[in-house]
Design a protein around this ligand. Sequence first.
Ligand code: PRX
Length: 699
Amino acid sequence: LAASSGFLNKGSLTFPSVKINVRRVRVGSARQGHKVIAASAPETWMAPDDFKSAALVSSREQYQEMYDRSINDPGGFWGDIAEEFFWETKWDPENVVKSNFNMDDGKVEATWFAGGKTNIAYNCLDRHVENGKGDDIAFYWEGNAIGEDSTLTFSQLKDEVCKTANYLKSVGVKKGDRVIIYMPMLNELPIAMLACARLGAIHSVVFGGFSAEALAQRISGSLSDVVLTCSAVMRGTKSIGLKDIVDKAIAITSAEGFTPSTVVVYDNTRAMAKEDLPMVEGRDVWWNEVMSSMSTDCEVEWVDAEDPLFMLYTSGSTGMPKGVVHTTGGYMVYAATTFKYVFDYKDGDVYWCTADCGWITGHSYLAYGPLLNGASQVVFEGVPTYPDAGRCWAIVDKYKVSQFYTAPTAIRALQRSGDAIVKQYDRSSLRILGSVGEPINPEAWRWYHEVVGDGRCPIVDTWWQTETAGHMITPLPGGWALKPGSASLPFFGVEPAIVDEKGNELEGEAEGLLCIKSPWPSMMRTLYQDHARYETAYFSAVKGYYFSGDGARRDADGYYWITGRVDDVINVSGHRIGTAEVESALVTHPKCAEAAVVGVDHPVKGQGIYAYVTLMEGVDYDEDLRKELKVSVRSVIGAFAAPDTIHWAPGLPKTRSGKIMRRILRKIASNEIDQLGDTSTLAEPAIVDTLIDLKGNVK
Ligand code: PRX
């Protein structure tokens, strides 16, 4: 296995406006804690000749030629692709991309296709209907329970989007307004997104697992006057009341002085009886009632390529979540092109991405990328393990899925249930398997490849982020040999750079911080109402580059190996969580004086959340308190961010200047006591031994 044991030494990058503490990261190996099978499996795997010859990109030479053009002539490369879409007004061909990405003054602006006017919803729907594809299936919707399913053709989807857009218009939503969507994976979720896009309104989708407080922050942060939601949803055997959470969130925003005027509630009778749901007179309406009288014709709002399409909050290493803003034209072209090449999309394919539209993957590779390509796809409401661990393979079999895209955490969870349940189902329709959200350990890669894909299907391990909005480093399935655990090569138009802790770009085989050195069409343009934070958080740590927050190694073949975050962001089951957010949620508990959170390896989730908690003077540690602290995090962020482990800490290891030494906390958490390193700079070195002693009481 091509893994190195290189280390990037802990250090810190200090530049005028930001300081990033770089963790000591093991680079190039499988994520620590996952066993790497040194089996007879080959180090690299190449798609068979018949796959390659039919693929859109069938050799590294073909890729290299296209890639070189995309870098040397981005205007020509992306301009040609953009011609395939409908533009009401063409962009200025002399200025396809304009940016001051690498300027020394720290100011960052980028535009793509400026002057062009288009509409992404029109390109997702009307364009296909007008081209005679109206009767093709857009969505095969599969509900939580077996036997719940339905289909929507492109023209039916267009009708639903128009009705929803007409309703939004009737309550005053217009271009530039923000709309909160807090929905489960019903067809109505992408319908709502497309309806906003049709009107030029900015959607802000909030994942259904976020708590009332987190939702409140996002409502008042964007001053969204309209909230689209659902009565409740079934997740496996559990019913989760979403409207109830919306009510609580609005109670919080109202107390702070902002109250949305309209809440549209989808009546999901499978999860909750209509009579059981209190509605607020004058504010709440039933989706199913108001939409039924709306017209299926809705004029398209032509927007500028640089008008915002959506905002989506994501976690950073410090402070509150950031409202990442993406615009229309570049996003459209990039989401469609990455979808087409990475999934080698062909007419007749049935694609399935298991992501929720509450995350970026559901935006780019469910709502937009596939629809822009006119693809038929599965939209799944449920969870991969309900009613049993064979559900995904049953769905693959039922719809004859050709591309399956999921997260390593799901792969590892399903792997635990053994091979027999996978083999009960016919998976011969599968052509490509995809992975996203976290590093995939080679062991899970091989199981996915050998058992799920019967050794036939390339795995596209796609590295990208909320901020990049589309795949950045990824295999093209017919293009080159795959190495388990490597995302391989940059997509067209992407110029990655490996930078050392002093900010110097390294050539050839190298390991360090993963940066991008030129603009790509779907790069985020700003943080909502905070352009200064955008520039500081992403562009000031490594001058002249976009800094991703990840570490990576480049091997002798030019392949990239992503090793995970080097900042204080942890990735739990593919969910990105800032340690600072969890810490501030813990200290909302009146008995918690201080908290420090680190990530630890977890066999299924990738990383788990490990929290050190110092209680107020005189408060005793007890089991009820441990539970209460977890509840605090659930209520401030959501259940997915609750700590797995709480370690009582009478004090925390701090430097004399008061900075918590997380390196030590990480080592204690992961039982690497022999590798604590230098503790002499601590204000109170004895606290380390106390914490080690208290490890026996960790739960
Ligand atoms: O650490 C990287 C990890 O997920 C982070 C981005 O998280 P988010 O914005 O929530 O987007 C997730 C879906 C794109 C990255 O900084 N990550 C994502 N994909 C991979 C990955 N790490 C390793 N390999 C990947 N394929």
